[in-house]
Design a protein around this ligand. Sequence first.
Ligand code: IPD
Length: 259
Amino acid sequence: MTALAARLDTAIALAAQAGQMALRMRPPPGAAVATLKGAQDWLTEADGAVENFLSDALAAAYPQDGFQGEETGKGRAGALRWVVDPIDGTANYARGATRFCVSLGLLDEATPVLGVIVAPALGETFAARHGKGATLNGTKIQAAATTDLARAQVEVGWSLRRPNADFQSVCNKIQAAGAALRMGGSGALGLADVAAGRIDAYTELHINLWDVAAALCILAEAGAYTSAFMHPAVDTQGAPILACAPALKDPMRQITQIA
Ligand code: IPD
């Protein structure tokens, strides 16, 4: 078994355990049980607990690998680097909703080589290894064959890291092109849905590396188009993202101005 194949098995097993931990800690439906890191930027008790679990387990399994997590700020360097979002879709999770996931990506320098996204309340595991395809619950997935925005459904991610007016402008242009809009509250799951052909595009004016590290490999292996996300300061600064069915690349690039 190659080093990457072994790491994918480890990542799937650990993400499944992390997902069950998140499920056990999930607040009941009701007002959000969480603190605010900033405006509409939620943090639950589970975020830190799940990230610590994954950080410790990965350090034990692969002491030479680096680690970057969303919440704890305790990074480790390494040519191979795990990038983790312990709970993506925290705003949903904090209200007892089902649309959240654990996202575990592996980068080889700046190349995404593994991706695992586990959505425990949905019973879904997305996984991919560089050059080996992408799967959902073990079945191969592929981006949609959609060619026409008038038949497309597009998710637009939102945060207050960019002005509301810019978000609204992108939404207006997508609607003017005839596409339907969706907002699901988890960037990682929105991108995974593009890979699975369940929606035709996902775009967001700014998103962080930990939200997309796993999805980047899953999208590439599923044949989706993805904008150039990686840049020298991406670890701390994030970037805009566009991922879509391959035939929608040109019209979606024109609308979003994200290349
Ligand atoms: C957020 C979600 C959201 C996206 C934001 C992210 P979090 O991550 O993925 O859907 O629009 O950009 O920050 O806070 O749930 O880990």
